[in-house]
Design a protein around this ligand. Structure first.
Ligand SMILES: Cc1cc2nc3c(=O)[nH]c(=O)nc-3n(C[C@H](O)[C@H](O)[C@H](O)COP(=O)(O)OP(=O)(O)OC[C@H]3O[C@@H](n4cnc5c(N)ncnc54)[C@H](O)[C@@H]3O)c2cc1C
Length: 340
């Protein structure tokens, strides 16, 4: 077995969170992980440290404390303004080799995944990717990361007893955003950064920011499956009436009825709306993981034995193509119904 660059004997009982930022603003997933990290650190009596890289980002430190960190390590440099895996992995590796944290967590975003993979190889440690839950044993200090495996058929619990840091990436939306405490204080530590252009093999030529939808933020999610036969305009009408968004299962996405960014589920987005509608959806596990944390689920299906009814709070055995237009008509007559 290959030894990691530092091991259990050299670890410090700390949890580090990589704080992803865009244009100097912290990404929501990093704040979600800070909140979870705070819970784990409190249970184990450890401290929680945020690691923030960028250009002129130090003014974000107070927010990092407000979301639970005891310390923030900050690396500022013009070459860190935008993410490049060369520059970021270099700086993060140095920070981890100085801080020797027991646990290091990143968002399972495109950049977080890129960074974590590179670091795992450099530090010769393991990486639990795309986790859906985390637990920390206060006695042994062992991190258990939950991932779905074999296409979602099993939940796997992964541990890394001999290698450090114990590293996991966490999917956006799986942990709630905690309450911000603006009075919380912490300690900032400015890192020395040595970077030059020749260390970076990628060059940012143009940045195109999509006008994409963020389904993780919507309070009402109206999802359609194969059973609605591509009638997403109808679902959009309903969603608009309730200030919500439209989501979908994989088949209508694959068939080109709706954009892929609206796919909900294991290989799509994990959401926590107040209300989720599941229209013409059978209830495969791969889809359900995307709405199982909704406060309230309404399912409409012609098949009374559809598995979705096992997850729904409100079960309607009916043709969605008739039920949804009728519901829209009722809301048009009495708009306050949309708030109930
Ligand atoms: C590795 C892997 C990852 C996957 N990831 C995802 C994922 O992220 N998200 C996802 O959604 N799927 C995912 N899938 C696919 C998933 O397993 C299911 O195949 C998919 O969710 C089924 O979609 P569906 O419910 O729309 O279609 P179906 O299973 O075909 O169900 C259609 C339902 O509509 C009902 N129905 C038909 N007509 C009507 C009507 N007029 N009114 C009301 N009800 C009607 C039927 O009774 C049926 O229950 C993944 C699969 C794999 C293998």
């Amino acid at each position: 077995m290959v030894a990691s660059l530092y091991g259990v004997d050299d670890e410090r009982k700390t949890i580090w969170v990589f704080l992803e930022q865009r244009d100097g603003e912290l990404e929501r997933v990093s704040l979600e992980i800070l909140f979870k990290g705070r819970q784990l650190a409190d249970e184990a009596g450890w401290s929680l440290i945020g690691l923030l890289l960028g250009h002129q980002v130090r003014d974000q430190a107070q927010r990092v404390f407000a979301y639970g960190a005891d310390e923030v390590w900050i690396a500022e440099h013009p070459l860190l303004e935008h993410f490049t895996v060369d520059a970021y992995s270099q700086v993060v590796e140095k920070a981890l080799m100085n801080g020797h944290p027991s646990v290091f967590l990143c968002g399972a975003t495109p950049n977080g995944r890129d960074l974590a993979g590179r670091l795992a190889v450099r530090l010769r440690t393991g990486l639990n990717a795309d986790c859906t839950d985390l637990r920390l044993d206060p006695q042994s200090g062992l991190l258990t990361s939950e991932v779905t495996g074999f296409g979602g058929g099993v939940i796997a619990l992964l541990e890394s007893p001999h290698h450090r840091p114990q590293m996991s990436t966490v999917r956006p939306g799986v942990f709630p955003l905690g309450e911000e405490d603006p009075d919380r204080e912490g300690h900032s530590h400015m890192m020395e950064v040595e970077l030059s252009e020749d260390m970076i093999s990628t060059k940012l030529i143009e940045r195109v920011i999509g006008e994409g939808v963020d389904l993780t933020q919507t309070p009402v999610l109206v999802c359609g499956g194969r059973g609605i036969d591509g009638k997403f305009d109808m679902l959009q009408n309903l969603a608009d009436m309730m200030a919500g968004e439209v989501g979908a299962t994989r088949p209508p996405v694959d068939e080109g009825h709706i954009e892929r960014e609206r796919q909900v589920g294991q290989t799509g987005v994990v959401c926590r709306p107040k209300v989720a509608f599941a229209c013409g959806i059978s209830g495969a596990f791969h889809f359900v993981v995307g709405i199982q944390d909704a406060d309230f689920v309404v399912a409409i299906n012609t098949d009374p034995n559809a598995p979705i009814f096992e997850y729904a709070d409100f079960c309607i055995v009916d043709d969605a193509l008739q039920f949804i237009p009728a519901l829209i008509e009722e809301i048009q007559k009495e708009p306050e119904l949309a708030n109930d």
